[in-house]
Write a protein that binds this ligand. Structure first.
Ligand code: ASN
Ligand code: ZN
Length: 328
């Protein structure tokens, strides 16, 4: 098939108008179609959005296509946001860090939407992003969250940089750096997942997944994390959860809040832009698969020194952020 890049439009999960990069596809049998295939970026293999058609069998998946350049149907909304948010995250890494895609070499960015039925999660599987529609009780379509997309795509960036192993402290660092870049890309606040909570969850006081500014304000005992009992997310090492491997790979999604909070505190002192520069340098230059929290402090302080100088305010902010959460 022949792909011709063009502009399209769409309506997102929350009803926002989205300008999109799409492609016109001429197929011998079905005539002209329009695909969520963004070929507008130089040296990039493209940004593609696929339809998983509410099952888990990838054999049924197809590139997301429509009959016009306007993706404004209800079923289109999750795909529109995945496509739009993927481009935003791509542009963040390119403009802020000179990084061309998840691997730094222009690999195609692929997202799959409508995965399974009522699926309350999103994930990076080592090669692409997958988004569930949510069950409508706890979550709505998970692609609605720019921070969620940035989190999942940053798992891809980490797999090509520090490659932090997904258990215990290295795993919690993996989970934390993904939230940090989630909050840097979706720069309105320091909360994660506020755009994907369903009305019923919000009515029960669950208004976001995690809070970097105030981790303790989020209770971990929700449908996903029954294993943690009735605790709250930790903000300090004295609240660290020692979990068995069988529970969330040793608590990677809760202990991440400790280093998230350190990043938030540092960000308050030096601003988002410098925070991003320092954290990107830490994952791309210093951290390695088995780095722990203490190694992360060292990497971040050293990155601050490299970029802003010994004795700089940025170095001091990095040290005091980690002091405040009990990581030395
Ligand atoms: N959404 C989760 C994450 O990105 C999925 C998982 O537990 N791996 O961390
Ligand atoms: Zn994650």
């Amino acid at each position: 098939d022949e792909f011709k890049p063009q502009n399209g439009v769409g309506k997102g999960v929350h009803g926002a108008h989205r300008d999109l990069h799409i492609s016109q596809v001429k197929e011998p049998k079905s005539g002209t179609k329009f695909a969520l295939a963004d070929l507008a970026h130089e040296n990039l293999g493209g940004i593609f959005t696929f339809d998983s058609k509410n099952d888990t069998n990838t054999k049924n998946d197809t590139l997301y296509v429509g009959n016009s350049a306007a993706f404004i149907g209800d079923y289109d909304r999750a795909a529109v946001d995945a496509h739009y948010n993927s481009e935003k995250v791509y542009e963040y890494y390119l403009k802020e860090h000179g990084r061309n895609s998840l691997d730094g070499k222009g690999m195609a960015i692929n997202s799959y939407v409508h995965y399974d039925k009522n699926y309350n999660n999103a994930f990076w599987n080592g090669a692409w992003m997958t988004y569930g529609d949510g069950d409508g009780e706890f979550f709505i379509s998970l692609s609605a969250g720019l921070d969620v997309a940035a989190h999942e795509m940053t798992h891809g960036v980490i797999s090509h940089t520090a490659n932090l192993v997904y258990r215990n402290q290295p795993g919690a660092l993996n989970e934390s750096f993904t939230d940090v870049f989630g909050a840097l890309v979706d720069d309105k606040d320091w909360e994660i997942g506020e755009e994907i909570m369903a009305p019923a969850a919000k009515a029960n006081g669950v208004t976001r997944l995690r809070s970097m500014s105030d981790p303790n304000s989020v209770v971990v005992s929700n449908a996903q994390r029954a294993a943690y009992g009735s605790g709250v997310y930790p903000a300090h090492m004295k609240e660290y959860y020692n979990m068995p491997q069988s529970v969330d790979n040793g608590g990677v999604h809760v202990n991440s809040s400790i280093t998230n909070h350190a990043a938030y505190l540092i960000g308050q002192e030096i601003g988002r832009k410098k925070l991003g520069q320092i954290y990107y340098r830490a994952i791309s230059v210093y951290l390695t698969p088995n780095s722990n929290f203490s190694d992360a402090r060292k990497a971040i302080v050293q990155s601050a020194i490299d970029l802003y100088g010994e004795g700089s305010a940025e170095e001091a902010a990095a040290n005091s952020g980690f002091d405040a959460v009990g990581i030395y």
